[in-house]
Ligand binder design. Structure first.
Ligand code: DGL
Length: 279
């Protein structure tokens, strides 16, 4: 075990395949600073976006178990791909066997719950990884909350690799943003709201804004997930009571801690000091 757990250390676990979930953690810390957070990036196996259902499920479950071992009672999958491909099975099949009192939440449902409020044309676009797009999770979740809203999805397989490799300012990023924006807009010119359905994409927001028509608003997930968690904790006071509240943030990665610390501030907006965890 990596971090000494005690009865008093029970942070909120925040999981992503790599760095993207830090854009969610940034807002969680901003909105709910009192809690302890333990961030876990599976950087050694990222990206997840083009992997099969089975692989994303297997990797995600392994990481969720590791967060439970570190003392977390509540884990947020701050990764759309993991939320799309692994969340339901973990909630329904694995949690009852591991510990029925623990909880795992995702980022797609909270986003779908409010995204329909932003559109007047009732046409919403989603940029996401191939895995999230194939799962049709956004289409199914939006159907529950806003059956009158039509969803258009565009898979952006090159965006996460560009972001993870620090290529935001290069011609490659400009080309692939322009390409996927063009492909989404070709599906309908009535889209007035676009969900950035991958936690890495907020880093591309300025570039995406450069390529989309001005009338379109982009939705990022950080504040949405933070508000949803706030609401969840009000509705689940027992869970809330159990979370330790020392304003601590800890970071673990399955790859080099040195590299993680160098890259993470770009996503989190602050310097971080991580620890390596071998799965
Ligand atoms: N950040 C993850 C998401 O929200 C995906 C990154 C990856 O492809 O691993 O979907």
């Amino acid at each position: 075990m990596l971090i000494k757990t005690s009865k008093t250390y029970s942070p909120i676990g925040v999981f992503d395949s790599g760095y993207g979930g830090l854009t969610i953690l940034k807002e969680l810390v901003n909105y709910l600073p009192q809690y302890d957070y333990l961030y876990f990036g599976d950087n050694a196996r990222a990206p997840y976006g083009s992997r099969s259902f089975e692989t994303v499920y297997e990797y995600t479950l392994e990481c969720v178990k590791a967060l439970f071992n570190e003392g977390c009672e509540l884990v947020i999958l701050a990764c759309n791909t993991a939320s799309a491909k692994a969340l339901r099975t973990i909630q329904q099949k694995d949690l009852p066997l591991i510990d029925a009192s623990k909880r795992v939440l995702g980022v797609i449902r909270p986003t779908a719950e409010i995204a329909g409020n932003y559109t007047t044309t009732k046409e919403v676009g989603v940029f996401a990884t191939p895995g999230t797009v194939t799962s049709k999770s956004y289409i199914m979740e939006m159907e529950n909350f806003f059956p009158d809203v039509k969803i258009y999805q565009e898979a952006c397989p090159m965006w996460v690799p560009l972001i993870e490799n620090n290529e935001l300012d290069g011609v490659g990023a400009d080309y692939f943003v322009s390409k996927y924006v063009g492909q989404l807009m070709a599906q309908s010119d009535r889209i007035d709201t676009i969900i950035l359905g991958c936690t890495h994409y907020p880093l591309l927001k300025p570039l995406i804004e450069k390529h989309i028509p001005e009338k379109i608003q982009l939705l990022t997930q950080g504040a949405i997930v933070a508000n949803s968690l706030k609401d969840y904790l009000i509705r689940h006071p027992k869970m809330e009571e159990g979370i330790s509240k020392n304003n601590q943030r800890k970071f673990i990665t399955t790859d080099s801690a040195y590299i993680f610390d160098k890259q993470a501030s770009l996503f989190f907006g602050q310097d971080v000091k991580s620890t390596f965890l071998s799965l």
